[in-house]
Design a protein around this ligand. Structure first.
Ligand code: AFP
Length: 331
């Protein structure tokens, strides 16, 4: 029987193991934060929330007003929720460990509150990417060593994409499911059940302006994608939005590969491991795809700092493996 139209809350209640009431609540709170961000984005051109704040974040990037608003929305939703004990964000230099005077839950949450924020001023897609870990320690606040973990330790992960509609996609290790926000009733309804991505696609997403900064393997791989000698007789199509969540969403549904390789002056790449690469890697792997640094599975990368960067190759299984063979000089 089709499950389409089931609400997020009911779906999680029915599919998660016993004792997962707080997990359902956690996902519900992520959905709520997503509604608040979506509301701000919808009105962005009408009120004074476009442009930059004048500040620079820990990444050295100009902070957009909407970055700050999105981060504030997530913090507001979670800090009194009693569901989390630690929060790490792209927009905060240090993690927020909930103090003794706030109720603490057993989850730790990492997020990029507004992914693709260069799209804010031009009405293009954006996202919120989230990673969820469980704190198994005794009472009291966790530490950096508890929060900064390998991707294999995530208990759930996903993203909200703000596009022509708002869609929340998540996995808790039992497949990948997408829920579209029905604005007239304010509910997320199941729209994409048990997503499986094609083993191989025909689309690549990359900022090719950086082509000459990439190493030979990355350049040769993209040159290969552009040749018309594929079984289809056509080269891959280039589709790049500037928003990782949106690009991965396209690949999740249609197949292909996203790449943000190491560069000559940035050997560690651009994307952040803990709240961009890891959660999307978990989603994509659960849907049958792969995510790699080019030499190592993303989920196995040892995490050492909150804002650690990593080269990222993510998408359909065969496309990522092909890319690795170029990077590793096998071709
Ligand atoms: P922000 O999260 O800071 O907006 O960065 C967006 C992003 O992390 C990812 O979503 C994009 O794919 C990538 O960076 C865009 O980077 P370029 O502007 O260098 O192409």
């Amino acid at each position: 029987m089709s499950r389409t139209g089931v609400t997020l809350t009911r779906f999680i209640g029915e599919t998660e193991a016993d004792g997962a009431a707080d997990f359902a609540d956690l996902l519900g709170h992520i959905g709520l934060a997503g509604k608040l961000v979506a509301r701000d984005l919808r009105r962005a051109g009408l009120i004074d929330i476009l442009g930059v704040t004048g500040e620079t974040n820990v990444q050295g990037e100009a902070v957009k007003k909407l970055d700050t608003l999105a981060n504030d929305n997530l913090i507001k939703v979670f800090q009194h929720s009693g569901l989390v004990c630690a929060i790490g964000s792209e927009e905060m230099e240090k993690p927020l460990y909930l103090p003794d005077n706030l109720p603490r839950g057993r989850y730790m949450l990492l997020f990029d509150p507004l992914d693709g924020s260069s799209n804010t001023d031009v009405n293009m897609p954006m996202g919120t990417i989230f990673s969820i870990l469980r704190y198994n320690g005794k009472a009291g606040a966790p530490s950096d060593a508890d929060l900064i973990r390998r991707g294999t330790e995530q208990v759930a992960a996903g993203y909200i994409m703000y596009g022509s509609s708002t869609i929340l996609v998540f996995t808790s290790g039992q497949g990948v499911h997408g829920f579209t926000l029905e604005p007239s009733i304010g509910e997320y309804l199941l729209s994409h059940h048990a997503i499986k991505m094609p083993a191989k696609g025909s689309v690549y997403a990359a900022n090719e302006g950086n082509y000459h900064k990439w190493d030979a393997g990355a350049r040769q791989f993209v040159d290969y994608l552009k040749q018309a000698d594929k079984p289809s007789g056509r080269p891959y199509s280039a589709r790049y939005s500037g928003c990782l969540a949106a690009d991965v969403h396209r690949l999740l549904l249609g197949g292909g590969i996203y790449l943000y390789p190491a560069e000559k002056d940035k050997p560690q790449g651009k994307l952040r491991l803990l709240y961009e690469a890891n959660p999307l890697a978990m989603v994509v792997e659960q849907a049958g795809g792969r995510a790699s640094t080019g030499t190592e599975d993303i989920l196995k990368v040892a995490a050492t700092t909150l804002h650690q960067r990593v080269p990222l190759w993510i998408g359909s299984r065969e496309d990522v493996s092909k890319a690795e063979s170029f990077i590793q000089g096998a071709q």
